[in-house]
Design a protein around this ligand. Structure first.
Ligand SMILES: [Zn+2]
Length: 189
């Protein structure tokens, strides 16, 4: 069941890549049948409409100023999806601890989003170089040289979201944004 007040991002022409529906699900061992069992029947990605509205504004501003676009990689994650991911990862002995913010579960609110940059048309504008710079490069303040292309891209992405009232998450990932004052559901695992 899609909560009241939520909207489907794809209906607004927002570029989306549903990790759990696509290749990411395979990696973890989540099938479309598993997703159907928790009511996820297609690749639709949902967020509270307040967030959708802001994403539309951010896209407009990025396009007019830089010719860049957003790609949404994760949005609302119902608790049932969190549970499914945890169960499947445990089955495959994949990392679970430290993977998500289990205390707050920001994605369960529909007010948190994982967004990266692309050129218009979808060519990715990477925010970090995992291979060269290692896992630390996925977090805020790793790139502090203003001449770095990653510093530059992150600065533009971050300013666009912060201007619309978003804040970073506690894990300080460079792609995660959430609206201030979120009240998540109570986690039960
Ligand atoms: Zn996130």
């Amino acid at each position: 069941m899609i909560p009241e007040g939520f909207s489907r991002l794809q209906s607004f022409g927002v570029q989306c890549s549903n990790y759990y529906w696509n290749a990411g699900g395979e990696k973890i061992g989540i099938t479309h049948a598993d997703l159907a069992s928790i009511g996820i029947l297609d690749e639709g990605m949902y967020l509270h409409y307040d967030v959708v509205r802001k994403i539309i504004n951010i896209r407009k501003s990025l396009m007019s100023k830089y010719g860049w676009d957003l790609l949404i990689k994760d949005a609302w994650r119902p608790l049932a999806l969190y549970r499914l991911i945890i169960e499947k990862r445990r089955e495959r002995s994949l990392q679970v601890e430290g993977l998500f913010n289990f205390e707050k579960l920001p994605h369960s609110t529909g007010l948190a989003v994982d967004a990266v940059l692309t050129e218009q048309g979808g060519k990715p504008l990477y925010l970090y170089d995992l291979e060269k710079d290692g896992p630390g490069s996925r977090f805020l303040d790793f790139y502090n040289d203003p001449d770095s292309i990653f510093f530059h891209r992150q600065k533009i992405l971050h300013e666009a979201f912060l201007r619309e009232g978003f804040e970073f998450g506690e894990y300080r990932e460079v792609w995660h944004f959430q609206l201030i004052g979120i009240t998540p559901e109570t986690p039960r695992f």
